[in-house]
Design a protein around this ligand. Structure first.
Ligand SMILES: [Fe+2]
Length: 239
């Protein structure tokens, strides 16, 4: 269980499924292995900024108010703040900062447009939307994989990068990949950080389980070091 998952059970497994899908899209597009690894790692931590949002808002079962939604939107900025000083070979902070931007400039937090959005973030944003729509959320049931793919198809070229959307739709046409995206039961998680919050007392422990790291993500030492750095930064940020 990650730091965030301990506070928002609906996020359990969700970040890692987004990471899996983002990696599959990046592979389909033909990015080099280093970029694919970076996208995967960013996918695993992309919503880490939600750690700074009150848990009552994260698990609120009814529609969010405008103020609550603006607080949620802050998670991209908080994620950037947590990750910006983490030593890593990848642009994790920037990818996380941009993961809710949209190609036509309608995203947040900076309303970036087109080429201003790095490819890693364009990929993660599509994976994130598909997973979010396919998953159950506190305020609604899962909308389903078909609705998620329809959303990508409908807004291909406006909200979502053309090539990224095509790769995602191509993957979804393969039955194995569809199962990967659609399975709400599948929980693959690197339990990198556990945060236990008792009133205002916070303790932090890190557990790394190499058996949970996928075969294609082999650079375990590097991964472990980056995750420990993120954990340290997260604890500083919360305290
Ligand atoms: Fe997010």
């Amino acid at each position: 269980m990650s730091a965030l998952e301990s506070r928002d059970p609906y996020t359990a497994g969700y970040q890692s499924r987004s990471a899996d899908l983002a990696r599959a899209i990046a592979t389909e597009i033909g990015l080099d292995q280093d970029k694919i690894d970076g996208i995967y790692m960013a996918g695993i931590v992309h919503d880490i900024g939600k750690i700074a949002i009150p848990a009552e808002i994260l698990i609120k079962p009814t529609k969010l108010t405008n103020i609550e939604f603006s607080l949620i939107k802050q998670h991209s900025v908080s994620g950037y703040e947590i990750l910006k000083d983490v030593e890593s070979p990848w642009s994790l902070a920037e990818i996380v900062y941009q993961h809710h931007e949209r190609m036509d400039g309608s995203g947040y937090p900076r309303n970036l447009k087109g080429d201003e959005i790095i490819m890693e973030a364009r990929i993660l944003s599509v994976a994130d939307v598909v997973e979010a729509m396919a998953s159950h959320r506190p305020y609604r049931a899962a909308l389903g994989i078909e609705a998620a793919l329809e959303e990508i198809k409908k807004n291909k070229g406006t909200l979502y990068d053309d090539a990224v959307a095509d790769a995602c739709l191509m993957l979804s046409s393969l039955s194995a990949s569809t199962r990967m995206v659609a399975s709400s039961e599948r929980v693959f998680s690197i339990p990198m950080v556990c945060v236990f919050r008792f009133s205002h007392v916070l303790s932090l422990s890190a557990i790394l389980d190499p058996t949970k790291i996928s075969d294609t993500f082999l650079n375990f030492r590097l991964t472990r070091d980056v995750l420990f750095n993120i954990m340290n930064r997260t604890s500083l940020f919360i305290m």
